[in-house]
Design a protein around this ligand. Structure first.
Ligand SMILES: Cc1cc2nc3c(=O)[nH]c(=O)nc-3n(C[C@H](O)[C@H](O)[C@H](O)COP(=O)(O)O)c2cc1C
Length: 370
């Protein structure tokens, strides 16, 4: 099959970022994804990358981060690009348009994106409908949000949990988007406790013990990080997604769009999000599975996240700059890096970058019971 992506790429780059995203979504919906990668996308994953977490078998640790397939339109096509798992969403209970356009900006020179989409979402009805029609292959997580005009966050997240629990392989409570006013306040200790207890009850009531994770922001003080770690361990949630985009603007950004308001992702986020990941691994004593996300653009980036404590990694921005072949490249080179360091399996490498990290790996890989 010819790989047409090199021809398509210049066209996409000339379009505004959000129009390019919509065009790729439509192309994938039309089944054109198979023309965008070499056959490598469909090759079996090296066994060294396989891992069992929460009772789920991940054939590789590289996932698609939330925000590209917000409405569960193309999860199967993304799996065929070689992703080990796909996170759809953020989905809000009711449809909402998000912020006014333009609201996504490429920072070409910095290999970064600033977005202030503001949870544009087709709503749970549409997502549930698509998820219930999807083929059972592939691991799909559902990232849940709240509507902008909802004052009681618990109601919205609980609705998402109740309705998506039976259709998702895992759920993510997203309290870290910088583009919904007040959302990040839910990360504060007292707010987080008051949120998570009823959400865990909502999961119980759903009858599906689907893994429940929380996605956090990189812009947290050390005290806030410690609070989140202790609440995560005390409540018994199943993991953390580390991290969302940053409102910070690290020094050294050169693109004109760096001054746009919103969350920054891509290469400049790699350092801060990996430092947060290492903190969360240390603060949870390696007991909680962590998904590392932020600036992953190569196998060595993915490996650094794993050594900092991530069982799984995700990416989004690098896909925009490098295209779908990136997934196969990362997987192949990651397997080489693991072998070169003498690891027999990826789970042995999780957290291995920490001093005194012998056999440091998550112990709470909850088995999923229906
Ligand atoms: C355009 C865009 C939209 C995003 N939308 C969401 C979202 O709806 N929910 C969410 O949890 N994260 C969202 N994110 C954040 C990503 O999931 C990820 O956490 C962040 O971009 C860092 O990863 P990256 O550097 O690989 O892009 C979005 C990111 C981008 C660039």
């Amino acid at each position: 099959m010819p790989n047409l992506y090199p021809l398509v790429r210049p066209v996409l780059r000339r379009l505004p970022a959000e129009a390019a995203r919509e065009l790729t979504l439509r192309a994938l919906e039309a089944g054109l994804g198979r023309f965008m990668v070499d056959n490598a996308g469909e090759a079996p994953d090296p066994p060294i990358l396989a891992q069992r977490l929460w009772g789920l078998d991940f054939s590789n640790p590289v996932g698609l981060a939330a925000g590209y397939d917000k409405d569960a339109r193309v999860s199967e096509a993304m799996r065929r690009f070689g992703f080990g798992f796909v996170e759809i969403g953020t989905v809000t209970p009711r449809p909402q348009p998000g912020n006014s356009k333009p609201r996504v900006f490429r920072l070409e020179e910095d290999q970064a994106i600033v977005n202030r989409m503001g949870f544009n979402s087709g709503g749970l009805d549409a997502v549930i409908d698509r998820l219930s029609r999807r083929s059972p292959s592939g691991i799909v997580g559902v990232n849940l949000g709240k509507n902008r005009d909802t004052s009681d966050a618990v109601t919205d997240y609980a609705e998402g949990i109740r309705r998506a629990a039976g259709l998702a392989d895992y759920l993510v409570v997203n309290i870290s988007s910088p583009n919904t006013p007040g959302l990040r306040d839910l990360q504060r200790r007292a707010n987080l406790e008051s949120l998570l207890h009823p959400l865990l009850r909502a999961r119980e009531e759903s009858g599906c013990r689907v893994p429940l994770l929380v996605k956090i922001a990189p812009d947290l003080t050390l005290a806030e990080r410690a609070d989140i770690a202790s609440v995560a361990l005390d409540t018994g949630i199943d993991g953390l997604v580390v991290s969302n985009t940053t409102v910070d603007r690290p020094t050294g950004l050169i693109s004109r769009n760096a001054r746009q308001a919103g969350g920054l992702s891509g290469r400049p986020l790699f350092g801060p999000s990996t430092a947060l990941l290492a903190d969360m691994y240390r603060l949870t004593q390696g007991q909680l599975p962590l998904i590392g996300v932020g600036g992953v653009a190569s196998a060595s980036d993915a490996y650094a996240k794993i050594r900092a404590g991530a069982c799984l990694v995700q990416l989004y921005t690098a896909l925009v700059f490098s295209g779908p072949r990136l997934v196969s490249w990362i997987k192949k080179s990651l397997a080489d890096l693991l072998r070169a360091d003498g690891f027999a399996s990826i789970s042995e490498a999780v957290g291995s970058g920490h001093v005194g990290a012998a056999a440091a790996r998550p112990t709470r890989s909850t088995e999923r019971a229906a």
